[in-house]
Design a protein around this ligand. Structure first.
Ligand SMILES: C[S@@+](CC[C@H](N)C(=O)[O-])C[C@H]1O[C@@H](n2cnc3c(N)ncnc32)[C@H](O)[C@@H]1O
Length: 285
């Protein structure tokens, strides 16, 4: 398991960021696009859907809502390496019209968990996976022929809207400056950073998918506006803190990112920052 969960990391969750409406909208688009592929099937035909890297369940809930609306019977399974995220996902599903099963694991565990899957999601997590090709192979292995793989990310080569790079640079610089001043004993580690930044181009994603068992691959880009408050919330998520300020204790990193995001926004006269989401729909050969 690549994730090193502790009591400390459990305090810095993804939930606040995932609650922002733009985040729901961009994921909803992908969910609807993927589920539209079911339209030719009889409505009482049971469907198996996997939400890989489901985290705290933002996408699982969208899938449940859509399937309930379509009135289709579904076996819905959320998988994630984080036990804490799964606990939160489970809790958030209690009020949903459709039940889901949550299982701890990563992409390598999938073939032992489920097979004959009609649709598999892998949302906002593929950039965290070092070996994407291997993950795609596992996704293909659990899908039925003609099955749908739906994946998205806002951490890829091309995600920055022109002119916005300076915001990220300044945010990081101000966060490091705040740390130096408030916690001069804290050191950033360099090696960790290279690992966290596995950004592919859309063309590389398409190639990888075509080499791992998918024949039709469609990508679209979605522009979204992300408020400083939403960036602050992302800066309270442990995996983001580790990527942005590797080696820094999470509580210090979270404070630094919070202070710095508003400072950077003020200096640049911004209250929101545009960003592009990559949305991928691939069909298993
Ligand atoms: C930003 S959250 C996304 C959650 C949800 N899919 C969504 O779209 O809102 C990223 C998730 O990826 C999971 N993750 C991290 N590394 C992973 C890996 N190597 N394989 C599978 N999942 C991973 C984390 O535990 C986390 O729940």
């Amino acid at each position: 398991m690549g994730l090193m969960e502790t009591e400390e990391t459990n305090k810095f969750t993804f939930e606040a960021f995932a609650a922002h409406p733009f985040y729901t909208d961009v994921n909803h688009l992908l969910v609807r696009q993927a589920l539209a592929q079911l339209s030719s099937r009889p409505v009482d035909d049971p469907v198996t859907i996997v939400d890989m890297a489901c985290g705290t369940g933002a996408v699982t809930r969208l899938v449940a809502q859509e399937m309930a609306q379509q009135g289709r019977p579904v076996h819905l399974i959320g998988v994630d390496p984080s036990a804490e995220a799964l606990r939160r996902a489970q809790k958030s599903m209690e009020s949903m019209p459709i039940k889901a099963e949550f299982i701890q694991g990563d992409a390598d565990d999938l073939p032992n968990i489920v097979h004959d899957v009609d649709i598999a999601f892998f949302c906002n997590a593929i950039h965290l996976v070092p070996d994407k090709r291997s993950a795609f192979k596992q996704m293909a292995s659990i899908l039925v022929p003609g099955g749908i793989f739906a994946c998205n990310s806002a951490f890829y080569e091309g995600t920055y809207v022109e002119g916005t790079e300076r915001f990220y640079h300044l945010w990081t610089r101000r966060a490091v400056g705040w740390l130096r001043k408030e916690h001069p004993e804290v050191r950033l580690s360099r090696e960790a950073k290279a690992m966290a930044m596995q950004w592919l181009t859309p063309a590389e994603y398409i190639d990888s998918l075509k080499q791992t068992g998918f024949d039709k691959v469609e990508t679209t880009s979605q522009n979204v506006l992300i408020s400083l408050d939403a960036w602050r919330d992302l800066g309270q998520y442990w995996l983001f803190i580790e990527g942005a300020l590797p080696g820094v204790p999470l509580a210090f990193g979270a404070s630094a990112l919070e202070k710095a995001v508003y400072q950077a926004g003020q200096e640049l006269g911004l209250t929101e920052v545009a960003r592009t989401w990559l949305q991928i729909i691939a069909i298993k050969a």
